[in-house]
Design a protein. Structure first.
Length: 293
C-alpha cells in the first residue's frame, strides 16, 4: 500500500528564539501506509500530541516536512485548509468541541464548512451518526443534554462526517467508564474495517493499543524509539518498561512465566494469543512427557 502520511526530519520547537524555547520533536522520520491502524504511545510529555497536530497543519514544523498522500502540506500555505479536511483530528475530551444547538447541526458543521450541498451534508450526517451509534431520536437534542459517552460519540461523528482520508484520535476514550470505552473503540475499529480509512490512535492504554493497532509508534523525549508491528514492539517489553511505559497486563504475566523458566514467547500481548500460546506450551510439555514414558 502507498504511504498516506510521511514525516521527514520533523523538528518542532515551542517558543523558538526565547529563553524558554523547548524542543518537543527532534529529527523524526517515519511513514504510515494507507489503510493502516497505527497506535502511538509514549510517556507524558514525549511529544505525542505535538506530533499528531502536525498531520493536519495545526502545528507547522520548525524544520522538516509533512506529506499527506504524497503532497507536502506546507508547500503552499494557502492550501493548508484542504489538508485539514483530509486529516480529521479528534482531540482528547472532544466533547468540549461541541457548541451547536442540536446534535444534527454539530455533526453537520464540518461538511457545511466544506461547502457541500445540503443533500450531501444530510447524507454524511446520517451515515456518521449511524457509525457512532447515534439514533434518529438523538439528532434533534441539544448535545449538552447528553451523557459523557454520548457527547464523545457526537464529537467523533462530526469528524467522520467530513470523510477524512486519515482519522487521528488523541485518547478518544479518556475519562469514560469501561463500557463507554469499549463502545467508542469498537465503533472506531468497525469504522476502520468497513471504510479502510487510515487510523492513528494515541493512547496510554497498552491493552487498547495491543487490541486494535497493526503497528505501534513509540516516542521518547521527542524522538522515535520504536516503530514496528504490534507483536514485535510488545516483544521488547523490557525496553518499553525502561522507557517508563507500561505493557499489557497479559504481557507482564508472560514475562514472569518466562522468568520461571517456562518455554513461551515474549511477544504475547492479547488474551486470545495468550490462550493459544498456553495451549501450545501444554501440548509441548505433554509430548515431552509422553516421550520419556
Amino acid at each position: 500500500m502507498p504511504d498516506i502520511i510521511k514525516v521527514e526530519h520533523l523538528r518542532y520547537v515551542y517558543s523558538p528564539g526565547m529563553p524558554d524555547a523547548t524542543t518537543a520533536l527532534d529529527d523524526i522520520s517515519f511513514s504510515i501506509r494507507e489503510g493502516e491502524f497505527v497506535g502511538v504511545i509514549g510517556s507524558t510529555g514525549c511529544g505525542k500530541s505535538t506530533l499528531i497536530s502536525h498531520f493536519n497543519g495545526i502545528n507547522r514544523p520548525t524544520s522538516g516536512k509533512i506529506y499527506i498522500g504524497g503532497e507536502d502540506i506546507w508547500a503552499d500555505p494557502s492550501q493548508i485548509r484542504r489538508f485539514r479536511f483530509q486529516v480529521g483530528l479528534v482531540f482528547q475530551y472532544p466533547e468540549y468541541q461541541l457548541f451547536e444547538e442540536t446534535v444534527r447541526r454539530d455533526i453537520a458543521y464540518g461538511p457545511r464548512n466544506m461547502q457541500l450541498d445540503e443533500a450531501e451534508v444530510e447524507r454524511r450526517v446520517r451515515e456518521a451518526a449511524a457509525f457512532c451509534g447515534i439514533g434518529e431520536d438523538m439528532l434533534e437534542k441539544s448535545p449538552f443534554d447528553l451523557s459523557g459517552g454520548q457527547k464523545r460519540r457526537v464529537a467523533i461523528a462530526g469528524v467522520l462526517a467530513m470523510e477524512p482520508r486519515v482519522l487521528v484520535l488523541d485518547e478518544p476514550a479518556a475519562g469514560l467508564d469501561p463500557e463507554g470505552r469499549d463502545t467508542i473503540l469498537s465503533q472506531i475499529k468497525e469504522f476502520h474495517r468497513r471504510t479502510g480509512t487510515t487510523i492513528v490512535l494515541v493512547s496510554h492504554s497498552m491493552e487498547d493499543i495491543a487490541k486494535y493497532a497493526d503497528r505501534v509508534l513509540v516516542l521518547d523525549a521527542g524522538r522515535v524509539a520504536m516503530f514496528d508491528e504490534t507483536a514485535k514492539v510488545f516483544a521488547r517489553a523490557p525496553e518499553l518498561l525502561a522507557l517508563g511505559l507500561s505493557v499489557p497486563e497479559v504481557t507482564k504475566v508472560f514475562l514472569r512465566l518466562r522468568e520461571f523458566g517456562l518455554d513461551i514467547p515474549a511477544d504475547v500481548y492479547t488474551i486470545p494469543y495468550a490462550v493459544k500460546t498456553l495451549l501450545a506450551a501444554r501440548e509441548r510439555m505433554q509430548g515431552k512427557a509422553g516421550q520419556t514414558c
